[in-house]
Design a protein around this ligand. Structure first.
Ligand code: PEP
Ligand code: MG
Length: 615
């Protein structure tokens, strides 16, 4: 038999690196189910656990159905009605419950036995359409098993697999075990989409934007993901694999060199100290942050807590414990804890809206809930928190209490007005007063900062800087809003340009506003993690950069090679340039002057084109 020939697919590299392995298409398949024998006293609680899982799965389907109806119309959403009906079918549920009781087995095993039996009947059916309905049963069973296991991921991946999926909610990627994933291939998603940030944070090579081409990747086919160049190779030849293996080894050598120097101080060649902090998405990154030589946490994204607690909301105690851990690891340099930055669609996808309803917030009570058509401009981040003050108060209480264990500060996402800051400050005051009344220690000082990530915040930067203790530049969102380019959309990725003259001028304005007010400015968007962009930020006057831990050793090495006086000169010229190409040309020349030995991945842009090209 001849070996299948190599197919090269071109997409958008969203997380650098090289990985290969068998392709596994999402959705979730092939879960291993184990039988556990129950002690007699365990049976009732197992039956209750099963019914709880049915309730959660039904709620997930209800939300999904609403979303589908909204996006595709009633005629498509009915598919999910069939799924809901199965979860209400007294016959099926009764059979599973009886099996748990009479055979004293775990709920997973009972679900498997009953659904396998039904599936076997469907498999015998001659009528094609009717036989197809068996896949609905499989889908529902998988959902139920997933809820029962507490695992919200879509895939049970074999070791070393490459996950192939049209889209992947970051919540699901966050739940997957990065050690098991060799690469990620997506139909859609831009460089600063949250799934891309997460993939980079986890060190998973990823390529997006392959859309229709995904069909050319059969399940289990050997695929290679070159996240640095945005390539996917299906059935790579032995020669190709050898070539990539050599590249992988070279990458490894660079990494070892950078990491060895990571604990050293970060001072430019002309003696200016630069502070490098870590962006943390999950507590499991704290170890890596330490190894990479970060000075504190410049951004603790707290969405992971909402993900872990879903479909409930994270409790005060759960949050307190997480913030305490982060505070202890970060030490003197402290942690900037960002209040939750999610939109309603993401909350609904996790089935969390029902918990908001229980709290009788204004949000949860607005029935029937319809998906946000434009979540980036909708009820997101601080807007969401201010409309669900119970959720915000719980988060503030946990932060204030955790401040007893370290040096914490609060940062507010997606601010567009001073009123929003004042509202949060009032709520914080009330929270501190209540905690004191409960006899709980409240720190004398808890700095509050704002993310500058909207054009409104740029133009209010002077007033905002005066009203808060520090500014945090969220370039990922800021670029999307200044350039009107959806950060999640790979089709406009070429337009998402951190070096666009309009972006540079906005950044300069914010840096100067912070200087005028004497407030520290931290940059925590992805720009900080890219050599050319980091160089630009330094030239604009930024002195604190925060990034995913994995990017820290490279950026530290890079900063040490920079001569700030020269960089400032070049960036000064770039600020006067009016074309994207002109800016890029100037900065690239300055990068080349440094004569650094940088691997390809450091020279790839945060868009589909290599750094030297402008489309
Ligand atoms: C940003 O927008 O730059 C940022 C750091 O926040 P996030 O990427 O989480 O939106
Ligand atoms: Mg943001």
């Amino acid at each position: 038999m001849t070996a299948p020939s190599e197919i090269v697919l071109r997409g958008l590299g969203i997380s650098s690196g090289i990985g290969w392995g068998p392709a596994v298409h999402s959705p979730w398949r092939g879960r291993m189910i184990f039988r556990r024998r129950l002690a007699p006293q365990e049976i009732e609680s197992e039956v209750a656990r099963f019914h709880r899982a049915v309730g959660i799965a039904r709620e997930q389907l209800r939300v999904l159905r609403q979303r589908m109806e909204h996006a595709l119309g009633k005629e498509h959403a009915y598919i999910l009605d069939a799924h809901v009906l199965m979860l209400e079918d007294a016959g099926i549920l009764g059979e599973i419950e009886t099996l748990i009781r009479t055979s004293a087995v775990n709920a997973e095993w009972a679900v498997k036995l009953v659904t396998d039996r039904i599936l076997a009947i469907y498999a015998e059916i001659k009528d094609d359409d009717l036989r197809e309905r068996g896949s609905d049963i499989e889908d529902v069973a998988n959902r139920l098993l997933r809820v029962l296991s507490g695992d919200r991921s879509t895939c049970a991946l074999p070791e070393g697999a490459v996950l192939v999926s049209e889209t992947l909610p970051p919540s699901l990627l966050g739940e997957l075990d990065p050690q098991r994933i060799a690469g990620l291939i997506l139909g859609t998603g831009g460089w600063t989409s949250h799934v891309a940030i997460l993939a980079r944070g986890l060190g998973i090579p990823a390529v997006s934007g392959l859309r229709g081409a995904l069909a050319q990747i059969e399940d289990h086919a050997l695929v290679l993901v070159d996240g640095t160049r945005g390539l996917v190779l299906v059935h790579p030849s032995p020669d190709t694999l050898q070539r990539y293996e050599r590249q992988r080894q070279e990458r490894e050598r660079h990494w070892i060199r950078w990491q060895a120097r990571a604990p050293l101080p970060t001072t430019t060649r002309d003696g200016v100290p630069i502070t490098i902090r870590a962006n943390i998405e999950r507590l499991s990154e704290l170890d890596e942050m330490r190894r990479c030589g970060a000075r504190g946490i410049g951004l603790l994204r707290t969405e992971f807590l909402f993900l872990q607690a879903a479909p409930e909301l994270p409790s005060e105690e759960m949050q307190l414990e997480a913030y305490r851990q982060a505070a202890e690891v970060a030490g003197r340099e402290g942690v900037a804890i960002r209040t939750v930055d999610w939109d309603e669609n993401q909350m609904a996808a996790l089935g969390t809206l029902h918990a908001l309803r229980d709290q009788q917030t204004e949000l949860g009570s607005s029935e029937p809930w319809l998906p946000e058509r434009n979540p980036a401009l909708g009820l997101r981040a601080i807007r969401f928190s201010l409309r669900a003050p119970e959720v915000l108060t719980t988060q503030l209480r946990a932060i204030v209490r955790a401040a007893a264990f370290g040096n914490l500060r609060i940062v507010l996402p997606m601010i567009t007005s001073l009123e929003e800051v004042e509202q949060v400050r009032r709520l914080l005051q009330i929270t501190c007063r209540e905690l004191r009344a409960e006899g709980i220690a409240v720190p004398d000082r808890l700095p509050v900062g704002v993310m500058i990530e909207t054009p409104a915040a740029v133009w209010l930067a002077d007033e905002l800087a005066a009203a808060v203790d520090f500014l945090s530049l969220g370039t990922n969102d800021l670029i999307q809003y200044i350039l009107a380019v959806d950060r999640d959309n790979d089709r406009v990725a070429q337009l998402y340009d951190p070096l666009h003259p309009a972006v540079l001028r906005a950044l300069r304005h914010v840096v100067q506003a912070a200087e005028r007010a004497g407030r520290p400015l931290e940059v925590c968007g992805e720009m900080a993690a890219h050599p050319l962009h980091a160089l630009t930020l330094l030239g604009l006057g930024a002195r604190i950069l925060s990034m995913r831990p994995r990017a820290i050793p490279l950026i530290k090495d890079f900063v040490r090679a920079c001569e700030l006086t020269r960089v400032r000169e070049v960036v000064g010229k770039a600020l006067a340039a009016s074309h994207r190409a002109e800016v890029r040309e100037l900065l690239l020349r300055s990068l080349q002057e440094l004569r650094l030995e940088l691997p390809d991945e450091a020279l790839l842009n945060g868009s589909a084109s290599p750094i030297g090209e402008v489309s």
